[in-house]
Design a protein around this ligand. Structure first.
Ligand code: AMP
Ligand code: GLY
Length: 355
């Protein structure tokens, strides 16, 4: 009766357009609107046209001019391959050498283009909103940890863990993000003839010069969804249906006054190279514990068992009255499951301001 689309690649291929053509009920943006995530250049052009704050940028189609620009700008600088890269096409280069390496890799791919951006400094957070045309309703804020190693070191990943709420992000900051970024973007998309319905994810940076947009995604974040949904009091189906029917403005979203932490169990070697196909043990333990969830990411059935099938394998998630309690619960539950090459970060949700 209702299809909810998770992955960006499916949205970018136009699954929503195809379903609608057949008269099927589906939640998510159509192919054109998904460009807000699938094409960095598309998103950047709209932000520039409508004065939505974001890092200064330029798009390049060849190595020589990209490298000349990087040398002129200096490091640190951010190199982003255009198109969908599952969170892995971005290099925050602290030296020119790193920038050159990223450009070499990007332009080794035929017909590739890169967006080169000013490096923003500050506190990063994810503000995910339900959007139907110009109606924009924010969910609770979450923060994910992008880097693969403890202490936010190592290459970027799709996200190694997350937590919610994020106390540092006050209601004033949320208001500013809504008024300067999320609502203007939804309106801009309507004006540009690409109205958005679905989750619009703002990857935002609280900088010294105000809030700036790092990126938009056209879907619920992973692993942000894992920590926001368990805190939601509404029946999510009602919420999706209101969004599709255009009655989102009548929904009163309610969240519990608790906290949630998700720790991603990954395959050792992710995001570079890793093995798959290892049996996963202990999943049944979650059934016996209320307030604990194990979300599947890269898993599959094989010969009657569940085996690892990706870099990010599971999202072990727990609620608690406080962030500290939720974190302790989540790390306890990490020990319930096991598979060969299991890897995870030990400092999820340990932001200094909330310790
Ligand atoms: P994106 O895929 O655009 O979200 O980029 C992945 C990650 O790279 C972001 O979550 C940030 O941590 C980092 N990043 C991206 N763009 C910038 C920027 N302009 N300045 C600083 N960090 C950035
Ligand atoms: N965790 C970031 C994302 O889903 O893109």
């Amino acid at each position: 009766d209702l299809t909810i689309v998770g992955p960006e690649a499916t949205l970018a291929l136009g699954v929503v357009d195809a379903f609608k053509k057949e008269g099927l009920n589906i939640f998510g943006p159509d192919k054109k609107a998904t460009q807000v995530e699938s094409s960095k250049d598309f998103a950047k052009k709209i932000m520039a046209k409508y004065n939505i704050p974001t890092a200064a940028y330029k798009t390049f189609y060849d190595l020589e001019s990209a490298w000349a620009y990087v040398q002129e700008q200096g490091a640190p600088i951010v190199i982003k391959e255009d198109g969908l890269k599952a969170g892995k096409g971005v290099t925050v280069a602290s030296t020119l050498e790193q920038a050159k390496e990223a450009l070499d890799i990007a332009f080794a791919i035929e017909n590739n283009s890169v967006v080169i951006e000013e490096c923003l400094f500050g506190f990063e957070f994810s503000l995910i909103c339900l959007v139907h045309n110009e109606t924009v309703v924010p969910l609770e804020v979450a923060q994910d940890h992008k880097c693969v190693f403890d202490g936010d070191k190592g290459p970027n990943t799709g996200g190694m863990g997350s937590y919610s709420p994020v106390k540092k992000i006050t209601s004033e900051i949320i208001d500013e993000a809504m008024n300067e970024i999320m609502k203007p973007m939804a309106s801009a998309m309507v004006k540009e003839g690409v109205p958005f319905t679905g989750f619009l994810y703002g990857g935002l940076m609280l900088t010294e010069k105000g809030i700036k947009t790092i990126e938009f995604n056209a879907r619920f974040g992973d692993p942000e969804a894992q920590v926001v949904l368990p805190r939601m009091k509404n029946d999510i189906i009602d919420v999706f249906e209101a969004c599709i029917d255009g009655t989102l403005d009548q929904i009163d979203l309610q969240f519990a006054d608790n906290a949630c932490v998700c720790i991603v169990l990954a395959s050792n070697g992710y995001p570079v190279s890793y093995e798959k196909g290892f049996p996963i043990r202990g999943l049944e333990t979650f059934k016996e514990h209320e307030g604990y969830y194990c979300f599947h990411a890269g898993t599959k059935f094989k010969d009657g068992e569940i085996v690892t099938n990706g870099g990010r394998v599971l999202g072990v998630t727990a609620l608690g009255d406080t962030l500290k309690e939720a974190r302790a619960n989540a790390y306890k539950a990490v020990d319930w499951v096991d598979f060969d090459n299991k890897y995870y970060r030990h400092d999820i949700g340990k932001a200094i301001d909330e310790a």
